[in-house]
Write a protein that binds this ligand. Sequence first.
Ligand code: CMC
Length: 441
Amino acid sequence: MGKNTLTITDNRTGKTYEIPIAYGTYPTYGAYIKTADLRQIRVSDDDFGLMGYDPSFGNTASCRSAITFIDGERGILRYRGYPIEQLAERSTYLETAYLILYGELPTRQELDAWTAEVTHHTLIHESIKKFLDGFHHDAHPMGMLIGTVGALSTFYPEAKEIHDAATRRKQIVRLIAKTPTIAAFAYRHMRGLPYAYPDNDLSYTGNFLNMLFKTTELKYAPDPVLERALEVLFILHADHEQNCSSTAMRTIGSSHADPYSALAGAAGGLYGPLHGGANEQVLRMLQQIGSKDRVPAYIKRVKDGEVLLMGFGHRVYKNYDPRATIIKKIADQVFQVTGTNPLLDIALELERIALQEDYFITRRLYPNVDFYSGIIYQAMGFPVEMFPVLFAVPRTSGWMAQWEEMLTDPEQRISRPRQVYTGADVRDYVPMEQRGGARVA
Ligand code: CMC
């Protein structure tokens, strides 16, 4: 291989520039130039210099990160180097969260201490219960989660000490411990049920099921298959590098806001139907289609550009989403306990037809994580409104890891993109009486 540089000739001036090329872990997946190096390319002394224009960050790395690796061409997802398939098979959510946050799989002692720490922070302040009570009975639980997580910043003002490693760690533990409690309480509020307090004898997902579904029994016993299925779903959703919500987490965190405010913003990003809100929309779409024989008509509407096929497509994955493959497998195990979900047949038919159609093949659109997760959640008894919440709870560990990495990265400053201004040139203020008729629709 030749020199690790890029030579650029500016044909406006005839000048040539040599810019360094750098790499991440893999030379063939992560070679980059610093766009700041383009600024030296100018036509005159008062020229600001060349910028990169990349709406929606389609080809711009906003950070160097050691947390999650995705190769979208080959359908690879790894946390800290470990393949997602192995973690889904052998790990637990809390162990994976530790790995994502601290970079290594914990020893037995570390895992026990971590589990105990998280378990002992699951309770929320009684005032937060009152805060939740204030929501209307039909409030969407994701809105309740976002609002309540944001409100936590008022309970933990020391969280503002974002430069103190021990304080940061405390908030990380609190958030991983308390998001399931808030999520479950939001669900109980929605259902008009009394809140069920955490049970420290249970696993992270077992306790979550307890807080959601406990009724009059003295001790809730989670079904082990459902408890494990939720564990796997949580592992799959734990992190996904620089997606919309992690970018929101990093961007808000870069202004040195407290982590609760930043996480509320990240969860807001997740809520949208193009990101974590897609799982809810997949179910609504399947319900709207209603039966297998109506699938071709729906596919036609997608091809005509009237609607999106929710749960299909991804900015990065262009062959398959490895999370969707794992989810499809656990669906069978869940359905053995819950009975099958009649919407599954419609989903399978949608996938079968879509994968044969030119529209989807040429655009490289495949089922993503959200296509089958909702069908499982529904079979487990969750209402559709809870689906984005079930994405947000495990993503908390990823958001916190991204936040921690951003704050401790000396190359990171406040997030502040440039723009290409396309508006009016300077002009003088026009008095009201000289402005003529309406010019703005
Ligand atoms: N249904 C129909 N057409 C689609 C879809 C879809 N689901 N996704 C992309 N396309 C088309 C899009 O219209 C465009 O067509 P054309 O080239 O003719 O204009 C082409 O495919 C390229 O799509 P894009 O919108 O440029 O792709 P993107 O990378 O900007 O968007 C996406 C990625 C995930 C937002 C998009 O695929 C989408 O809206 N999917 C449906 C929502 C969804 O399932 N989201 C969950 C993503 S996975 C969970 C997560 O981690 O967030």
